[in-house]
Design a protein around this ligand. Sequence first.
Ligand SMILES: Nc1ncnc2c1ncn2[C@@H]1O[C@H](COP(=O)(O)OP(=O)(O)O)[C@@H](O)[C@H]1O
Ligand SMILES: [Mg+2]
Length: 361
Amino acid sequence: MVIKSLKLKNYRNYDLLDLTLDTQTNIFYGDNAQGKTNILEALYLSGTTKSHRGTKDRDLIQFEHDEAHLETIVIKRGMEYQIDMHLKKNSPKGIAVNKVPIRKASELFGIIHFVFFSPEDLNIIKEGPSGRRRFIDLELSQLDKIYLSNLSSYNRIINQRNSLLKDIDRQHNLVETLDVWDMQLAEYGMKVIESRRNFIRQLNKIISNIHYRLTGGKEHIFLEYESSVGNLSFAQALKKNRERDMRLKSTSVGPHRDDLSFMEGSLDIRKFGSQGQQRTAALSLKLSEIELVRMLIKDTPVLLLDDVLSELDKHRQNYLLDSIHDIQTVITCTGLDEFVNHRFSINKIFHVKNGQVAEEN
Ligand SMILES: Nc1ncnc2c1ncn2[C@@H]1O[C@H](COP(=O)(O)OP(=O)(O)O)[C@@H](O)[C@H]1O
Ligand SMILES: [Mg+2]
């Protein structure tokens, strides 16, 4: 699948933008704060309905305006899809595919698949578990509509359970209603955990090879899904922790507290790896994500690389660039120096300045 074009109106710092992308490598370069990431964000949004930065719709709309429009044309297996998105300040966004409005955001999924790679991803191993859960959730939600639906049910129920835990403090007889919530929580929670374990199992088959090559045959890496539920069933774990949850007024076990560990032999890279080791493992993770998505969707995702090249040393840069072929890629960077000594071919170059994009030859 490839993105043919992107049009923006009153989106972030773009009044109007009309771009035609190449089916291979596209580079957007320019100084900081000119609007490079905004382009990648707009692309990602048109495939997933969400900003990769987690920004709310109203903040994506250009300052002083009430609405923004995005139009993306995707080509997939010879068919054209036009995705229109209409963001509004005070109401939910409208989305249409080939001019037909869709009712649920999930109807959009499956048309275009993105793998987004930003400098923050290189810290995914060094930082806390929430980034690692986010990585799994963002990818799985694109791959699996049922996962997305189970995860949103889970999140809704956990919010309700947590507010109930607060209410129980004042009105103790409410404790009886906890059982009902716990039953539902356990049901969706187990499904979420199951899908995540399966996803990690599949990633494991790919990452070991990639990481082995990336480290010049020095390291074997292995991922482990670490569930806060432990060996118990989720329902049992909820029961066991109920007293504590009531005291803390929040739910202490469940997928929202789970983690992903990166093991090199018996060494936990999260805790004991060097900074370099952690970043290499993070790069291996992203490269494995691309491969896994390719396998699962039986098509090529679109790769968005936001300013990551300058974060990598020559060896890792080359490795990344060498891994990119037969896949549409949109790269942002501040300068073109990174590419000078690389045989990597660039198909289109755009210069970004203050919400204006000029194509260069
Ligand atoms: N809602 C908005 N309306 C107008 N301008 C915005 C909005 N949100 C962000 N911006 C502007 O976008 C610019 C940052 O764009 P970004 O794509 O992150 O830059 P970079 O080129 O560094 O990747 C800043 O100048 C910021 O003021
Ligand atoms: Mg940026």
